[in-house]
Design a binder for this molecule. Sequence first.
Ligand SMILES: Cc1ncc(COP(=O)(O)OP(=O)(O)O)c(N)n1
Ligand SMILES: Cc1nc(C(=O)O)sc1CCOP(=O)(O)O
Ligand SMILES: [Mg+2]
Length: 539
Amino acid sequence: MSSAPPPPFLRLHPHSSISSFSSPRLPHLSPRTRPWRLAAAREMPWPHVLTVAGSDSSAGAGIQADVKACAALGAYCSSVITAVTAQNTAGVQGVHLVPEELIREQLKSVLSDMSVDVVKTGMLPSAGIIQILCESLRKFPVKALVVDPVMVSTSGDSLSDPSTLTNYRDELFAMADIVTPNVKEASKLLGGVSLHTISDMRDAAESIYKLGPRYVLVKGGDMPDSSEAIDVLYDGKEFVELRGHRIKTRNTHGTGCTLASSIAAELAKGSSMLNAVQVAKNFVESALHHSKDLVIGNGPQGPFDHLFRLKRPPYNIGSQQRFNPDSLFLYAVTDSRMNKKWGHSIEDAVKAAIEGGATIVQLREKDIESRAFLEAAKACMEICKSSGVSLLINDRVDIALACNADGVHVGQSDISAREVRELLGPGKIIGVSCKTPAQAEQAWRDGADYLGCGGVFPTTTKANNPTLGFEGLKAVCLASKLPVVAIGGINTTNAGSVMELRLPNLKGVAVVSALFDRECVSTETRNLRSILTSVRCLA
Ligand SMILES: Cc1ncc(COP(=O)(O)OP(=O)(O)O)c(N)n1
Ligand SMILES: Cc1nc(C(=O)O)sc1CCOP(=O)(O)O
Ligand SMILES: [Mg+2]
């Protein structure tokens, strides 16, 4: 007869023999004797991220942030805890490392039993832990590995032994799909080089890439004095600069952990790397925005609310996952008549608009046949997906469903937003054209995600369209509970004046002729983007 197991705390004693206290293994069961597993796999495959990181008692960063971020983005998150930290909004007061053998045991427990899609690493405080992780991943391979090289907390406290640097560089990076250092970590990884400019960040990304990962994301959130937070993504061939708003708030504790675990969640859901990074960046930006006035703790750096989306009223069933209101910044709306006039295919026009900096695209094709529309929509979906830009379809829910578009835009005489939501489900983006506060209220109740409000100026693109002017736009923006994009007669000469109104909820401008009734769509888009950016920078 075996003796009673020791009290649980004994397992943490550095000299205890972990294996002798381990629970007995589950007996191996053939698929026939595991009917629950087969049923679950058939009914609900769940994207799964395993985070290997430290516990943060204040729950803003570490394991706790990873679990919340994955939950918010719809992924299951299991956890292997490498260290227990005592920390709060003032800093880190204590760190206790989990014995390496127990880390090995945790890894084996999860990886041998559950279908993990992506492993994300955070605090790996000793060289031995990194070695154990690499061994475990060789034994139990996963689809992707996201390495957030956490070395120093945001409060400036050290979270890893300097000897880990060699193991990060020589072992873990070679297995990583993406490594996500901030500028301080990038500098540390490269022997203390200083990083002050975007060009320095590019050089650092290139040097870290040579250590073996498939992608490097150097995060510029700590770069001083910019209204934008610019990150540089490098895949060994191309640099992509990802721009976001810098949110002014003290509540930034855990942004690095959250970004990396959000990338992991998106990869687990099947996204491409660029798309995963873009969604993760948008998610962090939205969470910071919604939490900017939260007060938790008395120290200089507070946590933010990963689950801010749960605060939407339950009867507003708008998209839970995919929509970042800031993507309305430069909304390109196509028109096949204009494309034909200039000899552009829809695909080329969309490609050019994205190249010029469009942040969201709508196919508004009134004059082509359904079959041709669907073919073009499918091709545009590929283009948009590979650039991390959402594609919406105007009016045609059938085309949107057939090409798995990101959403639909409807007007007051189209099928209602409530019905579109029924057809598309909760994950898609729905926009509604509104000219009055009452229409804005109804769109919100119906589960829309954003409003298109116009015509701000007279337009010939849409027949018989009433012009609202700035006053009409202002009335809708003030009343709206949803983000708004202005539309109608907007071009490079007047877009600045629209955004300078600085109306609440106004996120950007939607434009047809000033982009597409032109010879060079990318140049026009680039010019408009630079005007919008300069107005935003002056805010
Ligand atoms: C962003 C955006 N806003 C408004 C409209 C107009 O939609 P609707 O009123 O349905 O008119 P049509 O575009 O269908 O003629 C839009 N398409 N996009
Ligand atoms: C499609 C559309 N909807 C409008 C509205 O007021 O809801 S105005 C409009 C046409 C916008 O085209 P342009 O940028 O060429 O003026
Ligand atoms: Mg319509």
